[in-house]
Design a protein. Structure first.
Length: 151
């Protein structure tokens, strides 16, 4: 179906998450299989006006999925100082977010991410005969879901 409206979504470009340990977050998502596409420091009037804060200076790293179709932007704020959230907030908090990745060999990936601070929220479960799934907590409390298609 083609959207004939002038203003319409073309694609999901990226999802951004704020992190406190920039290097640890890059290592975590690198171990998961995302590729570092690029890094930059952003600051100045246009950034301030864009996000509605004053005196912004932040580092960003764009991480790309191996298929090239999705990106995760990791953002480390130097100023203004980031506001503390609850890194242990459960997945049912209003406004909560999680990122889900399709994977092969979910057990291997969970074990490889543990040295990077990953913790299972519950268990790896099988949904019918179609998927094995789990939720992990990653850097800065980011919720990461993994889905391994069966068969």
């Amino acid at each position: 179906m083609t959207d004939t409206r002038r203003g319409s979504i073309q694609r999901l470009d990226n999802i951004a998450v704020v992190v406190d340990d920039f290097e640890a977050a890059k290592a975590f998502f690198g171990e998961l299989g995302l590729e570092l596409e690029g890094e930059a420091t952003v600051a100045g009037d246009s950034v301030d006006r864009l996000i509605g804060l004053t005196g912004v200076r932040s580092d960003i790293a764009m991480m790309r999925t191996p298929d090239g179709h999705a990106r995760l932007e990791l953002t480390k704020y130097h100023s203004p100082s980031p506001l503390a959230g609850d890194p242990q907030a459960p997945p049912n908090v209003l406004g909560a977010h999680r990122v889900m990745f399709a994977v092969k060999d979910i057990d291997d990936i969970v074990e490889r991410l543990r040295p990077h601070g990953a913790e299972l929220l519950g268990e790896v479960v099988q949904h019918e005969n179609s998927y094995r799934l789990c939720y992990l907590r990653g850097p800065a409390g980011i919720l990461v879901a993994l889905a391994e298609q069966l068969g």
